[in-house]
Design a protein around this ligand. Structure first.
Ligand code: FES
Ligand code: FES
Length: 161
């Protein structure tokens, strides 16, 4: 029996092995390859997506557990052709190098800024504790996040299409 779920606002179904990690369903079946596959063990955060409004490593969730879930990937975090504020700040602060970690970081930080729109640098650092970056110094990433918080407007709207 197919497992049904919502992906970036669209109804989807998966009829394969229910033990298949969500990460593989996203990349191989749905062809949404911006969710990165790195450690596949729940440590690096590169595969982080939103499941029912919370950031979760997609490599650690078998699709069989996700019947009826609402899943948002980096492709669905902002309207097509638009960047969300975290993506824009990363671009403006030139923090992206290989980029493997960034989709997961954007998901994590978007959720974090929805809950805390005036964080300290230490709080941003703690929020990123589950997202590893092997290339960029974390200070520039934190600078980018702090620049969003310095703006007058609400930093990050609810994650939806
Ligand atoms: S690939 Fe999932 S946490 Fe590293
Ligand atoms: S930019 Fe390469 S791992 Fe973060």
């Amino acid at each position: 029996m197919a497992i049904e779920f919502t992906l970036n606002g669209e109804e989807r179904a998966f009829a394969g092995d229910p033990r298949t990690p969500l990460l593989d369903v996203l990349r191989d079946d749905c062809r949404l390859t911006s969710t990165k596959s790195v450690c596949r063990a729940g440590f690096c955060g590169a595969c982080t997506v939103m499941i029912d409004g919370a950031p979760v490593p997609a490599c650690q969730r078998p699709i069989g557990m996700l019947e009826g879930a609402e899943i948002v990937t980096i492709e669905g975090i902002s309207p097509p052709e638009e960047l969300n504020p975290v993506q824009r700040a990363f671009l403006e602060h030139d923090v992206v190098q290989c980029g493997m970690c960034f989709p997961g970081m954007v998901i994590t930080l978007t959720d974090f800024l929805r809950r805390n729109d005036a964080p300290s640098r230490g709080e941003v650092k703690a929020a990123l504790s589950g997202n590893m970056c092997r290339c960029t110094g974390y200070e520039r990433i934190i600078d980018a996040v702090m620049s969003i918080c310095a703006m007058d407007t609400q930093p990050v709207e609810a994650v939806s299409r």
